[in-house]
Ligand binder design. Sequence first.
Ligand SMILES: [Zn+2]
Ligand SMILES: [Zn+2]
Ligand SMILES: [Zn+2]
Length: 349
Amino acid sequence: MDKNLDLIFREQSHRRFNALSGEWVLVSPHRTQRPWQGAVESVPSPDRPQYDPTCYLCPGNARVGGVHNPKYDSTYVFENDFAALKKDAPLARLALGKKGLLVAETERGICRVMCFLPRHDLTLATMQPPEIAEVIRIWTAQTSELAAVSGIQHVQIFENRGEMMGASNPHPHCQIWATGTVPEAPARELASQKSYREQNNSCLLCDYVALEQAEKQRMVCSNDAFIAVVPFWAVWPFEVLLCSRRHLGSFPELENEEIAQLSSILNQIVSTYDRVFEVPFPYSMGFHQKPFDGSAHPEWHFHAHFYPPLLRSATVRKFMVGFEMLGTPQRDITAELAAEKLRSLVDNV
Ligand SMILES: [Zn+2]
Ligand SMILES: [Zn+2]
Ligand SMILES: [Zn+2]
């Protein structure tokens, strides 16, 4: 990049375009000097037992509603006891008036919970890569199974980690929600990837990965099969976008070697996060796969997003309020500075 331009975009307020979502983000680097730096939250205690008799996800324990978990010794998947969606909801549509002002549709879906392993005290940062590879194989099997269910069009795998993100239980687990429609965020990304492919005859994220590989300043870590960057358009302070190097659309397309590479880079990203403020870093993360609606979707590129809320320290988080809620999301430290910080903490194994 031109030196003058580089300086301007490092120091001056500007907008950046999110090519994936089609939205803009406001970047205000000079604001990092302001005195008030956000609310202070208590630091979560990292010491946890291997087994917690009060945890509803530990093997053998009772869940609310009385069901007992089996004494599982690897991963364990079950239907969410308080599922947000039901697979047998009656199909109905409501449209009041003729101008589309009051419209509602019933939504069908399947919500599952998956424990990564029996140990209560581990996380993706402290699990061994072979254990994470087993988790990925189950994500793959769950994706295939749910995508084949009639009426299902999308499979969302996501993990909420930390009380700050509303995770009700520290036991290492994720959720798998299969829905009858493509949810909002992937639907926007689908539209962007589709129109990019039509205009350029190439893939948006393949092209983006090539640019980031050449620019290097937003790279966090990478291996032969995956690359992790703080995306150019990041909203959250230490947001990370993880992309496969090969153009593929979903978990079932991953080859064995790619599963191994994905398990090691997931471990690398999350353990890097834990080193930023020396606490288990809270985040919401999830994989975006192509829709399973019967079309091939050659425009879709498999990726994951990490959205961590922490800003200045273990106790200061970012809130999306005020102008962000009413106008445009905004960040203070640039994506390049955040990437530099993360890169310096990556444990290169
Ligand atoms: Zn537990
Ligand atoms: Zn691609
Ligand atoms: Zn996405």
